[in-house]
Design a protein around this ligand. Structure first.
Ligand SMILES: Nc1ncnc2c1ncn2[C@@H]1O[C@H](COP(=O)(O)OP(=O)(O)O)[C@@H](O)[C@H]1O
Ligand SMILES: [Mg+2]
Length: 307
């Protein structure tokens, strides 16, 4: 069975799509058969993989609302071992159209089931909201990966996201785990970046990946060429960061039980989160040191590299 990971943060512009596309490609290049589902009506992951948004005749919308089999929607990409189920602007209507349907939160889970034998990892790029599409992703997923941008209000809104995750765990998907928190767009020359990294690690400890994604022009250019960074500029810092992240995720593909425990902790409350309490944090399985020991000034940790 593949592990299904939802890439989720209701804030826009935090690096969800960049992470979805580049992590998916990096996993495929590590020989993990990977499917990326673009669940954002903006279809940026679809475009970022070189598929013209206007040319998408059938998207995940048709599976969720019209009963079209998911396997008929799968498209190959320029990366061997990576497939895509594209999105389309019509998906924006799905938020409303799903409301009246039975098991409206479990549609994605249902349509994904027949596909599961074909992949080792399924990534879902979520829209910037906590609406029904995101709830569908969380209901279908084994875990959620949360990108946080290294900026002043990085933690703002995170308690709302964690609350949504808890609600989904309670009523829709008890196995949902937090895969890890990924710091993105780090500018290591600034004190702000190191302050944010320190702050986020203080709350979430080992749930924060030691791999931090640097701000990189090459990462922002790649989508305009319709390829992931691994093909656009494989030697760049951004490509190496996503490759390192993919190695962590690959090591963790079999781990599925890192639930959030304590209910009354929120990043806004000044309390520590016990996200790390499950003992299956991002650094687990890699044999690497605890993330708090790693040097936050380094764009890409190489401390637990394995061959
Ligand atoms: N590490 C990065 N370095 C530079 N630009 C980035 C990086 N990550 C994302 N971006 C850019 O920031 C913008 C928002 O990123 P995106 O991944 O689309 O966020 P989201 O999907 O959360 O809305 C995009 O223009 C993207 O190219
Ligand atoms: Mg996006």
């Amino acid at each position: 069975m593949p592990k299904t990971v939802a890439i989720c943060n209701q804030k826009g512009g935090v690096g969800k799509t960049t992470t979805a596309v580049n992590l998916a490609a990096a996993l495929a290049l590590l020989e993990v058969r990977t499917l990326l589902i673009d669940l954002d009506p903006q279809a940026n992951a679809t475009g970022g993989l070189g598929i013209e948004k206007k040319e998408v005749a059938r998207s995940v919308y048709q599976a969720l609302l019209e009963g079209v089999p998911m396997d008929s929607l799968v498209m190959p990409t320029k990366v061997s071992g990576l497939w895509l189920i594209p999105s389309h602007v019509s998906l924006s209507g799905a938020e409303v159209e799903l409301v009246g349907l039975p098991e409206r939160e479990a549609r994605l889970k249902q349509v994904l089931t027949p596909l599961k034998g074909s992949y080792e990892a399924i990534l879902v790029d979520c829209p910037p909201s906590l609406g029904l599409l995101t709830v569908n992703a969380l209901t279908a997923a084994d875990s959620v990966l949360i990108p946080l941008q290294c900026e002043y209000y990085a933690l703002e809104g995170l308690s709302q996201l964690l609350e949504t995750i808890r609600l989904v765990q309670d009523s829709l998907n008890s196995r949902l785990a937090v895969e890890g928190i990924l710091l993105t767009m780090a500018d290591f020359r600034t004190k702000l970046t190191s302050d944010v990294i320190q702050e986020v690690r203080r709350y979430f400890e080992s749930k924060v990946y030691d791999v931090v994604i640097p701000r990189s022009v090459r990462l922002s250019e790649a989508p305009s060429r319709g390829v992931p960074i691994a093909l656009y500029d494989p030697g760049s810092v951004g490509a190496r960061a996503y490759q390192n992240l993919a190695e962590r995720i690959k090591e963790n593909l079999h781990v599925r039980d890192a639930r959030i425990g304590q209910r009354d902790t929120s990043p806004d409350s000044g309390e520590k989160s016990d996200l790390s309490g499950g003992g299956t944090g991002p650094e687990q399985g890699s044999g690497g040191p605890n993330s708090v020991d790693s040097d936050p000034t380094q764009p890409v940790s190489t401390s637990s590299e394995t061959g």
